[in-house]
Design a protein around this ligand. Structure first.
Ligand code: SDX
Length: 392
């Protein structure tokens, strides 16, 4: 193809856009949202505050946050016909497929939110999605558990309301304890954005055709589902469970991960950008140890994770390739401690990544990015003539 000299599989060395949202330094293990260090935000901010920061570029004043919160609450009721779509899924449907479908269905119930021709249109689409998405996420879990759906409580904060929709039992006195709310809040903040990763690039390229926000996010959810990306947090726990069932010895698994003829990879290890510790993994590791202690849970899987991680970090194969634990390696241990089914782990990743996807989509549209359409190096057949079927 004229003009194309090299191809870059997986875009390992290709910059797709200019962005002012998230800064990563893979060598130094640095992650910042709009210039603020992730360590500070995870410690001091709320998930709604971080969502506002990512989407609008500045930490909100009290008035700005209250208005954002109120506009979201005013858009948090999900059309009852979406409940019927949910009911049509088999009980064992993977919740990532359910969430992607229900998110795309938002277009049908909010058609005006597709044509974005003004800042107000953009804002309206954003608060509709920020309002309804947590409800849809909680519905995915309640469907899996066969529990009645919860429609949320506008008297609660964004974070408390999400925890209530996810965990509240029927009995009146059931309280969601602060440990759970704080752990969820921290995890959602740590997953909120990560520059041009696979699912965010998907959201941007789908949006670059001027497809609506909900359809673009739905595509991002599907990209995140893959076990090499967000699906890794589910695959990590399944791997650790397999090691536990196999007697707890992990040497065999390290050997399998190093064997080029074996497709097995050490899930939760390695990263396209971080060639050092993923800063999120460091924070989540401590949070996992804290929550197990606070909830007085002995989880042998955490001991296996620690041992496996230490062994890999001292192994030449992993060291020479700069393979370190990533965000997915420890997050599943916290989700398990909160009683979340393993298939829901990537759904929680999507819940955290929502504001990042929205911010990146908004930036792409505001910057009037051209429609994404890469070229190729053609390596197929040269010109040849049609042959009648009887002569083939
Ligand atoms: C996320 O991009 C993001 O920012 C993603 C994310 C986000 O917040 O959006 O951070 C979230 O997706 C985290 C990553 C979750 N995925 C996993 O944990 C799955 C296991 N990890 C690997 O599949 C892999 O490390 C990737 C997919 C994460 C990165 O793959 P790359 O950058 O394409 O690297 P590569 O496959 O070219 O690997 C380089 C070498 C290869 O060996 P050699 O060919 O040089 O001999 O390292 C090896 C790989 O075989 N390798 C691994 C390995 N990861 C890389 N070997 C064993 N186990 C692994 N996990």
């Amino acid at each position: 193809t004229e003009g194309v000299t090299t191809i870059d599989p997986g875009f390992k060395n290709t910059g797709s856009c200019k962005s002012a949202i998230t800064f990563l330094d893979g060598e130094k293990g640095i992650l910042r949202y709009r210039g603020y260090a992730i360590e500070e935000l995870a410690e001091k901010a709320s998930f709604l505050e971080v969502s506002y920061l990512l989407i609008f570029g500045e930490l909100p004043t009290t008035e700005q946050l209250d208005k954002f919160d109120q506009d979201i609450k005013n858009n948090s009721m999900v059309d009852e016909d979406i409940h019927k779509i949910l009911d049509a899924f088999p009980k064992n449907a993977h919740p990532m497929g359910v969430l992607s479908s229900l998110t795309s269905a938002l277009t049908a119930f909010n058609p005006k939110a597709v044509d974005i021709t003004s800042e107000q249109d953009m804002y309206n689409a954003i608060v509709i999605l920020m309002g309804k998405f947590p409800v849809l996420v909680s519905w995915c879990m309640r469907k899996m558990k066969g529990e009645p759906l919860d429609y949320g409580d506008v008297d609660l904060s964004y974070e408390e309301n999400f925890a209530k929709m996810m965990f509240k039992k029927a009995n009146k006195e059931y309280q969601i304890n602060k440990i759970v709310i704080d752990a969820l809040d921290k995890l959602l903040i740590l997953h909120a954005d990560h520059e041009q990763n696979c699912s965010t690039s998907t959201v941007r390229i789908v949006g670059s055709s001027h497809a609506g926000l909900f359809a673009s996010i739905s595509a991002g959810i599907s990209a995140l589902w893959g076990p090499l990306h967000g699906g890794a947090n589910q695959a990590v726990i399944e791997m650790l469970e397999e090691i536990k069932a196999d007697g707890g010895g992990f040497e065999k698994y390290l050997d399998k991960a190093k064997d080029k003829n074996d497709p097995f990879r050490l899930m939760g290890f390695g990263h396209r950008v971080y060639k050092n510790f993923d800063p999120r993994a460091k924070i989540i590791k401590v949070a996992a140890e804290d929550i197990l202690k606070d909830l007085d849970i002995q989880d042998p899987v955490l001991d296996i994770a620690r041992g496996l991680s230490e062994a890999a970090l001292n192994d030449e194969y992993f060291k020479s390739r700069n393979l370190y634990p990533n965000v997915d390696f420890y997050s599943g241990i916290i989700y398990r401690a909160l009683g979340i089914p393993v298939e829901m782990f990537t759904v929680l990743f999507a819940m955290g990544r929502l504001p990042g996807w929205i911010a990146q989509w908004k930036e792409m549209r505001e910057n009037k990015e051209p429609i994404g359409r890469p070229r190729q190096l053609y390596v197929g057949e040269t010109l040849r003539s049609y042959v009648d079927i009887e002569k083939r």
